[in-house]
Structure formats: C-alpha cells, structure tokens
Design a binder for this molecule. Structure first.
Ligand code: KG4
Ligand code: ZN
Length: 378
C-alpha cells in the first residue's frame, strides 16, 4: 500500500511517499521545507507567516515525492498544532482525496512522533535495495516519552492505536524551555540544538538547577520554574550575551567566576534530562512496557538519548528502547504516513463509519477537519 503523508502543523512543511506492508514502512521519497530561517528573525514561530509558507510549499513538495505515482491512501496530520498550518495540510489532503477518490486518514501529530521510530529509510526491495523486513517495530504494551517544542507527555500504548496520557507538562514544554532559555543567551531559534552543542564542552555539575516535580506522585512535568531559575541565575551572574563566544561570567562571586556559558548550558541541559529520564523511568518500573519510546524534536538531544538508553537497560532491561533516527526526530511527513498505516490496516478513514472507496463509496474527505487542540489519549 502506498501512503502519502502530509505534515504542516508547525514550522515544517513536509510530504512523504511510503510503501507500507506487514513487514514495515519504507520511505520511497520524502521532502521537507523548513521555515526556521524565516522565523529565526522573530525568535519563534509566527503563525500567519507559517500558514503562508505552508501554502506556498505544500503542492510542489507533494508533486515531488509522488514523482508521477498515485498513492492508495493519504495520511495527514490534522492536530494538534497551529491552525494556520494544519488547515493547509488538511485542505491539500481533502482536495487530493476528492480528485483521486482515495481515502484520507486523520493522524494525530503526537501519534506520528511515536511512530517515527518505525520509519525505515532503507530501500524497498522493489526499488532496488536488498532490505527485507523492519527490525524496529514497536512491541506492545509500550510507553512513550514525547518531547517536542509544544508538548511533553508520557503516553501509554497498551495495543496499537490505544493511547492513554499518563502525564503531561502543566506549563512549558521541554523544547519550549530550551528555546526560551536559549533566547536569554541570545542564541538563535530553535535553541535546543544550540544549547546542547554548547553543553558538550561544559561541566554539568557547575550549577545546581532544580529538577521540577521529579519526585511528585504523578507523571506530570513543569518546566516554567526551571526557565525562571535560569533567568535569575543569568541575571545574578551577568552571563547574558557572551554565550555565543563562550566568554566567562563576569560574576564577582569567586566560585561562579569560573562558570562559563558551556557550563551553564550543560547544567541546564542536565536538569531537563534528569527530570525527563526520572519520570519515564518511574513509569516504566510501574507499567513494565515491552518498548520504551523516546520521540519528538527534543529526542534529537544526544545526552537525553544516551541517558535514557542507559536507564532503560538498567531499570527495565527486558524493554526494547526505540528512538527515531536523527533525521526523523523533528517534524516530518514520513512519521505521519507510518501512523496512518496503522489506522489504514483497520480502515479507520476520516469518514467513519468506514466505507471502502473501492465499492464506489465516498472517498472520505467530507469529515476531515483540522483540530488544533486534539489531545492524544485524554
Ligand atoms: O517536534 P518538533 O520538531 O516540533 C514540535 O512539534 O514542537 O520539536 C521542536 C523542538 C524545539 O523546541 C527544539 O529546540 C527542540 O525540539 N530540539 C532540541 C534539540 N533538537 C531540537 N532540544 C534539545 N536538544 C536538541 N538537540
Ligand atoms: Zn512535532
């Protein structure tokens, strides 16, 4: 089955064509247009600009990945996200579904991130490669730590498609916290990769930042206080602009004078990593999943990947640890297609109750709607 994936929920316009079967989902072609260069000027995503950029890029990207082929099904991220972006992907999917009379599947963006661990980029056998099967399938029950710019959630997946949110952030998401603190350091958007790069050369024990809600009796998070601690530390120690150059703090306090921006970034990153790993480890101990998944944009963070891999091996050694390849951590359409395939197998098309277009029924676009507040598993 050929699935066209479409993603436009934030600042990446993405299209992908995947060949999916029981042995896995192989990427035939994918392409993403990032808007980072434009939003950088404003220090964050500007919804109006994002919408316009998605509208400009979506059709050329789809045409490119299809490369003359016609998909059997379309999977589109219809929420959560920015309405100005979601609506572009959803309308493109509705139009193609109506024109080609093929079904369309509504995919939750966070479910897409979860399934990003199953994307296989190796060649499909029929495309000339020698790859057979996919060794990265999620085994159920699974637990997912989804960490992105807008979300930080622990999701339990008892069976394919059965999501339950165990906990979420009560204020800022982890990625948002990285981005906002990077802004304090005058580092460009998105700040997560910038902070983790600087952190490589720093001492993670230099500053003792709080590990918010680490020991609370739930699976929720809160990163707003950590951001404020970082702000106060920078204010009190005058380490503001020199971050780019890695210049030392001007602090009059002898102990702090030796703390530079790399140390600050390493200590801040460590606080986020400890909090995330602590919470998912506690959930793993309780729910004993067959797979622990780390996904979402922040899963590109090396320290987080390594620390959680080690924790899983130690705490639940029977669990498989899956995290996307670095090229599929950030928003992409291939993950939407894989999550769509999981629904396609059950014929969960957008026009429920399901009618197969092969029988001449409606193609399925009529009930497809963008839902910016679609929460997975609530
Ligand atoms: O999933 P994503 O591409 O978009 C959303 O759905 O939000 O995630 C983007 C987020 C940004 O906040 C970015 O700073 C963060 O992922 N990020 C990182 C790293 N790479 C991306 N955060 C920490 N370390 C990284 N290496
Ligand atoms: Zn995302």
């Amino acid at each position: 089955m050929k699935i066209l994936g479409i993603e436009s929920s934030c600042d990446d316009t993405s299209a992908a064509l995947l060949e999916c079967s029981k042995s896995g989902c192989f990427v035939l072609r994918e392409s993403t247009a990032s808007q980072i260069a434009i939003h950088k000027k404003y220090g964050g995503v500007v919804p109006e600009i994002a919408g316009r950029m998605h509208a400009e890029k979506i059709i050329p990207l789809i045409e490119h990945v299809l490369n003359g082929k016609k998909p059997d099904v379309i999977a589109v991220a219809s929420g959560p996200g920015l309405i100005t972006g979601l609506i572009v992907g959803v309308e493109a999917a509705r139009t193609l579904s109506a024109a080609w009379k093929i079904p369309v599947i509504s995919v939750n963006h966070m479910a897409g991130h979860i399934h990003s661990v199953e994307i296989d980029t190796k060649c499909h056998p029929r495309e000339g490669g020698d790859q057979v099967g996919n060794d990265k399938s999620i085994e159920y029950p699974a637990l997912a730590l989804v960490v992105s710019g807008g979300h930080t959630e622990i999701i339990q997946i008892k069976k394919p498609g059965q999501y339950k949110m165990l906990g979420a952030t009560r204020d800022d998401a982890a990625g948002e916290c990285f981005d906002k603190v990077a802004k304090l350091l005058d580092l460009p958007y998105p700040g997560g990769p910038q902070i983790s790069k600087l952190a490589l050369k720093g001492n993670a024990k230099a500053i003792k930042f709080p590990r918010p809600m680490l020991n609370s009796d739930d699976y929720d998070f809160s990163f707003a206080g950590l951001k404020t601690s970082a702000l106060y530390w920078l204010r009190d120690n005058h380490l503001v602009i020199p971050a780019k150059a890695g210049i030392q703090s001007h602090s009059k306090n002898c102990e702090l004078r030796t703390v530079n921006s790399a140390d600050f970034c390493a200590s801040f990153e460590q606080a986020i990593v400890d909090t995330l790993v602590g919470k998912i480890s506690r959930a793993s101990k309780k729910f004993k999943p067959k797979t622990v998944i780390l996904c979402g944009g922040v899963s590109a963070n090396k320290k987080l990947r390594e620390t959680l891999a080690t924790a899983v091996a130690r705490i639940t050694p029977y669990s498989l640890f899956l995290t996307p390849s670095l090229s599929h951590c950030m928003d992409n359409a291939a993950m939407i297609a894989v999550a769509g395939y999981q629904k396609a197998q059950k014929k969960e098309y957008a026009d429920l109750p399901v009618r197969s277009p092969a029988n001449g029924a409606k193609a399925g676009w009529h009930k497809l709607k963008a839902d910016p507040n679609w929460e997975l598993g609530r």
